[in-house]
Design a protein around this ligand. Structure first.
Ligand SMILES: [Zn+2]
Length: 341
């Protein structure tokens, strides 16, 4: 029993000695050497790091916020992360944590987050943040713009920043007036159909037209001779709807003659028609002479067939001197070429 105790004591003493020895050796190593990390990126040695956790935190911060050059940084993408290898270096060998950080940051791809304003799925403008984008949508709503349903806000992540636009500027650019003409035209055409039936002298500028041939009950002559430049029913970029008359090009000032005898029911300026004469004949038939440069008759005056009533011009929605000639029956336009030309 005593022998065993002595043996234990001896091995305890030995253990203590070994421990003290190890401690001394480690102390010596720690005195002359310090723990250091050998840092590689893509297999390439980029330096020695003294404070690993500090360097790692700095890199993580960079990946989250970039280097603070823009508020719009979403994140920085690093394809490969540095690898750390613990090694012992003699004291006095320099570590370069800052250079390691720079080399890692160099390979980062910065992504910026911002917002695009879309109209009909097309990117029209860019703004820095969501609330600015919302202000634009609200601005269009406040102005009762017609395209609110076609406006969208899209979150963008891009490697380059866009030029940001101002709220007022975008609202002004995107604002679209609601088309009110259609309803007005409908009302006007109904009203004028009724009034022209009662021969009150009113007339219609509606886009109602018929390609059928009705009997007018009267015979017409050509109000002018010239080249036909636009036919009845044609569609063109200068008009929003089908052509309600016939265009005959002639030099400015040429005499326009009444196609039939009747009463002048309008003589004056009328929107896209420019200077216009309307002559009302029997059977609810009316003839229109538009884009005139001069008017020789006035409302209420009776005219005979072939009488000069106006001069050719290019007033109103016109690109050159021509007569816009219409034939209407109870407000509906019919093809002049079924009767003259
Ligand atoms: Zn025309």
């Amino acid at each position: 029993m005593k022998k065993i105790l002595i043996k234990i004591r001896t091995s305890m003493k030995f253990l203590i000695l070994v421990s003290i020895g190890t401690f001394l050796i480690l102390g010596l190593v720690a005195f002359f050497y310090k723990p250091i990390y050998r840092v590689t990126l893509d297999g390439e040695l980029i330096g020695y790091c003294a404070q690993k956790s500090k360097l790692q935190a700095k890199i993580e911060e960079y990946m989250e916020n970039g280097n603070g050059e823009s508020e719009n940084v979403a994140f920085v993408q690093l394809d490969t992360m540095p690898t750390y290898q613990l090694c012992l270096l003699k004291r006095g060998i320099t570590t370069n944590d800052e250079q390691i950080y720079q080399k890692v940051a160099e390979k980062g791809i910065t992504y910026y987050k911002y917002y695009a304003i879309l109209e009909d799925n097309e990117e029209k403008a860019y703004v820095s943040d969501f609330s600015t984008a919302e202000q634009i949508v609200q601005g269009l709503k406040d102005k009762n713009s017609d395209n609110i349903d076609n406006i969208q806000i899209l979150e963008k992540y891009e490697t380059e920043l866009a030029d940001f636009a101002q709220v007022e500027e975008v609202v002004a650019n995107l604002y679209k007036e609601k088309p009110v003409e259609q309803t007005v035209t409908k009302v006007a055409s109904k009203k004028s159909s009724r009034t022209s039936n009662s021969s009150s002298g009113s007339f219609s500028t509606s886009t109602n037209l018929s390609k059928s041939k009705v009997s007018l009950g009267i015979s017409l002559i050509k109000p002018i001779t010239g080249t036909i430049t636009s036919r009845f029913g044609s569609i063109s970029s200068v008009r929003s709807s089908a052509h309600t008359g016939l265009d005959i090009a002639a030099s400015a000032g040429s005499a326009i003659k009444a196609a039939a005898s009747g009463t002048v029911t309008f003589s004056g300026y009328k929107g896209s028609y420019g200077y216009l004469v309307v002559v009302t004949h029997s059977n609810g038939v009316q003839t229109y002479y538009g884009h005139c440069s001069k008017l020789y008759v006035s409302a209420g005056q009776t005219v005979s067939q072939g009488q000069t009533i106006a001069a050719v011009g290019s007033t109103g929605n016109s690109t050159g001197p021509h007569l816009h000639f219409e034939i209407r029956v109870n407000g509906v336009a019919y093809n002049p070429q079924n009767y003259v030309y």
